[in-house]
Design a protein around this ligand. Structure first.
Ligand code: AHR
Length: 648
């Protein structure tokens, strides 16, 4: 193998390997966003998702979602607890997100809004119970008045439990209204009051991601336009953020009652903050005026009244037209980057972030296709560029990068000087190995590629039997040698989806799995991480023995120079059950070190997986090797992905 150290190619983008976040598989509520109470504001629907009345004991007469004098215009519902007779079980219980994960002696803040109704109830009792019903902590909300007031109390569980639940009971007979019930850990990323789950953020940060794409995925589109993601409804006071049915709710098998809502406690402000925390460029994806084409395929009308109070709405139906969607994007850029004196910049400042978030790119549409997309994209992109010429735009071209529609769209996007086209690949592991040369001959004249979603599917796309096994991860590593060799045209790449709760998922495979207390990175996670940590700065051309094609004989190679450290970084995938001795000639290397570092991710068993019990079953191992000449001699382990770093 020859690595032409003396013939460096194009630059590797600084944000080449990043993250794709979507609220699927309980990724936000029940995952990254650590609120433990489900449906805290009673805003979902009449089913009171997450709550149950405690009817066993004395005297819970009724409970209902009411809407008189609510706490805010966007939080119209609350619960009235009403007991004719005092008793220990007059109240209700919240199940959490497949239970509540609580840790012994850790601090949590319980809070709620409450108001006294008719009767003589002056206080409420709050009890955190284990899955088996043992009390873990208790507190009293006292001094209730007839006005809404927020009460906060510390809660410290006496034991750890992954599936605890929370009871709220009336101390006496009478009625009390409650709203925005919250149980939130104190231990959050950067100790923020509305902060994120630390173990999950740590796994993300450890990847040194170049970008964070959010909020999806199909969730951007919604099944209908009314259910699309609207970023403006996700900022400001958390208690007033209106929840929305999650687009992935219906993927739960045999679930007649909706159970999966987005609370938006993790909203656009928090996504920007997370990007900043983990050092990733924010990449928000915005709705282009189309609902998911796999569902209703609803379209926003193109025309609108110009100016006036109805600007952006169809004069006949009142529905938002394309103008509304375009304006949302323009306002978002102002929210992220605008000064305190601008209307949307002021909202960011009011939320506690005076400095701009320095947003540099946005995506217009997720996975949309066909002429309807292009006719909306064109005026959309034009309007954004007219106001913000330096904002880079990621365009969509459809779900299947090999289809005719995708090709047509890509061609047109090229004519429109689009900067990035978002390609998604969900396919069998062999597809990834067979397409490692996908970009080797790709045109350098058109838009760059954003490999925005990919994951090898061990069984079939959408199959619940797909596994995060080493076969899939190693095949992705092989494919990614092709992304890296062509980093002059592939500017960004992210595995998808990112997060999944082991008890509440709709899609598999995923990069990181978690339960209510623990989490782990899959074999695929470690592949992504090794690429990100070793992305280097400049492509180095590679020749395989006899000018073999990459992937021939199941050997895949790419190389980069890291100008920051002065090292040559070679990535080698040996998709073979046999060990393989290789000689890597670092042609033209001038400052060879005496030793090199190998980071090896390997398993002889292609079916091997990481799990909550064995999170590091397949994880990187580092070792040193001797360098005695410019030709490195190294033996690749069976079924391995190896990163060699040598001063050169
Ligand atoms: O990653 C899961 C889904 O796959 C995304 O929401 C969508 O963009 C793609 O079809």
């Amino acid at each position: 193998i020859t690595v032409q150290v003396n013939k460096p190619g194009g630059a590797v983008s600084k944000n080449m390997y990043g993250l794709f976040f979507e609220d699927i598989n309980f990724a936000a509520d029940g995952g990254l966003y650590p609120e433990l109470v489900k449906n805290k504001s009673f805003e979902t629907d009449e089913h009171l998702v997450g709550w149950k009345a405690l009817r066993g004991g004395a005297g819970l007469e009724t409970y209902a979602v009411l809407s008189q004098q609510p706490i805010s215009a966007t939080n119209r519902h609350f619960v009235r607890l009403n007991a004719r007779v005092a008793g220990p079980d007059a109240g209700m219980v919240n199940e959490g997100f497949r239970g509540m994960g609580v840790k012994q002696n850790a601090e949590y803040t319980f809070s709620l809004y409450a108001r006294k109704g008719p009767g003589s109830v002056n206080s409420l009792t709050v009890t955190l119970e284990s899955e088996k019903g043992q009390p873990l902590a208790q507190a009293q909300v006292s001094g209730l008045t007839s006005e809404w007031k927020k009460y906060s109390l510390p809660i410290k569980p006496s034991a750890t439990d992954a599936k605890a639940h929370l009871k709220i009971t009336l101390d006496g007979a009478g009625a009390v209204d409650v709203d925005v019930v919250s149980l939130f850990p104190k231990d959050t990323w950067n100790n923020r009051p509305n902060g994120l789950r630390t173990d999950l953020v740590q796994l993300l940060k450890d990847m040194q991601p170049g970008f964070l794409r959010f909020p999806g995925g199909c969730i951007v589109e919604g099944r209908t336009l009314a259910e699309r993601y609207q970023w403006k409804k996700t900022i400001g006071d958390v208690a007033s953020r209106e929840p929305l049915i999650n687009r992935w709710n219906m993927e739960f098998k045999h679930r007649s009652t909706p159970d999966y809502y987005q609370s938006f406690g993790l909203g656009f402000f928090e996504y920007f903050q997370l990007s900043e925390d983990i050092g990733a460029e924010p990449l928000p994806i915005l709705n282009v005026g189309m609902a998911c084409q796999f569902n209703s395929a609803e379209l926003a009308p193109m025309s609108s009244t110009a100016g006036g109070p109805n600007a952006g709405n169809d004069p006949n139906t009142g529905d938002p037209t394309l103008d509304t969607f375009i304006q949302d994007a323009i306002d978002l850029i102002e929210f992220a980057n605008g000064p305190a004196t601008s209307p949307w910049g002021a909202k960011r400042v009011a939320m506690g972030h005076p400095a701009p978030f320095n947003l540099k790119m946005i995506g217009i549409g997720n996975e949309q296709w066909g002429p309807q997309y292009l006719e909306r994209y064109e005026p959309f992109a034009k309007a954004v560029k007219a106001k913000y010429p330096n904002i880079q735009i990621v365009s969509s071209a459809g779900p299947s990068p090999d289809g005719e529609l995708f090709e047509k769209a890509s061609k047109r996007l090229g004519e429109l000087n689009a900067e990035y086209v978002d390609e998604h690949y969900y396919a069998k592991p062999e597809w990834f190995r067979e397409h490692a040369d996908r970009y080797d001959k790709y045109s350098r004249k058109g838009p760059k590629i954003f490999a925005g979603e990919y994951a090898a599917q061990s069984v079939a796309i959408g199959s619940p039997d797909n596994k995060n096994n080493w076969d899939c991860a190693l095949s992705e590593a092989a494919f990614m040698t092709g992304l890296e060799r062509n980093a002059d045209v592939v500017g960004m790449a992210s595995y998808a989806p990112m997060l999944a709760h082991v008890d509440a998922w709709q899609w598999t495979p995923n990069m990181i799995w978690f339960d209510n207390l623990n989490s782990y990175g899959t074999t695929n996670y470690y592949v992504q991480k090794l690429y990100a940590l070793n992305k280097g700065t400049t492509i180095l051309p590679v020749q395989l023995p006899g000018n073999a094609k990459n992937g021939q004989d199941n050997l895949f190679v790419s190389a980069v120079a890291d100008n920051g450290t002065g090292e040559v970084v070679v990535k080698l995938v040996n998709y073979s059950p046999e060990a393989r001795a290789v000689k890597v000639n670092l042609a033209g290397a001038k400052k060879l070190g005496k030793t090199g570092k190998a980071t090896v991710l390997a398993s002889p068993d292609l079916q091997a997986q990481n799990t909550l019990e064995q999170p590091l079953n397949v994880a990187p191992k580092e070792l040193q090797f001797k360098v005695s000449s410019a030709t490195l001699e190294y033996t690749l382990a069976p079924n391995s992905f190896t990163v060699l770093r040598v001063a050169g």
